[in-house]
Design a protein around this ligand. Sequence first.
Ligand code: PRP
Ligand code: MN
Ligand code: MG
Length: 178
Amino acid sequence: TQRPYVIDEMISAKAIAARIEALSREIHDEFDGTDKLIVVGLLRGSFVFIADLVRELDLPIEVDFLEASSYGDAQQSSREVRILKDLRNAIGGRDVLLVEDIVDTGHTLTHVLALLRSRKPARLKSIALLDKPSRREVDLRADWIGFEIPDEFVVGYGIDFAQRNRNLPFIGKVRFTA
Ligand code: PRP
Ligand code: MN
Ligand code: MG
């Protein structure tokens, strides 16, 4: 049974859209001229962000997904990153943009970047919508970050709390009421 809680809006859908527009211009500048970019979403949390991001990207891209889980349904990171679903296609010699919803301890992104790097892509970059630097356990920063946030329990726009609230169109923070 879940403790009762409410969700307070933290980053509006409008603010997210504006930030994605700006980020997509920077990503376009980085990858301008390429015909071999694969945008990789980390399931499940990144599914909303990657959908909005790729629709702002005026580049010839492919989209693929990878699932790595470190949290399961618990609130605390197990520090163990498991690959649950691998990419469909090879990335050797390709340009790769890894898309993540949030970097917390940094274990997930670190592990997945190392895995992808071992496959020898031509270029490997990463973008995270949210960054919680105060929670970091490994030294890592995504190449692009949407918003730096304090250590709040955030949900929405793909991010879950016990698998719920991924479908909220904004980023909210969980506030327990009992
Ligand atoms: C969450 C989140 C990031 C990761 C960040 O994923 O979506 O992928 O944890 O944590 P870290 O920086 O401490 O590794 P989760 O494992 O909950 O899976 P999900 O995306 O399916 O919700
Ligand atoms: Mn995730
Ligand atoms: Mg999760």
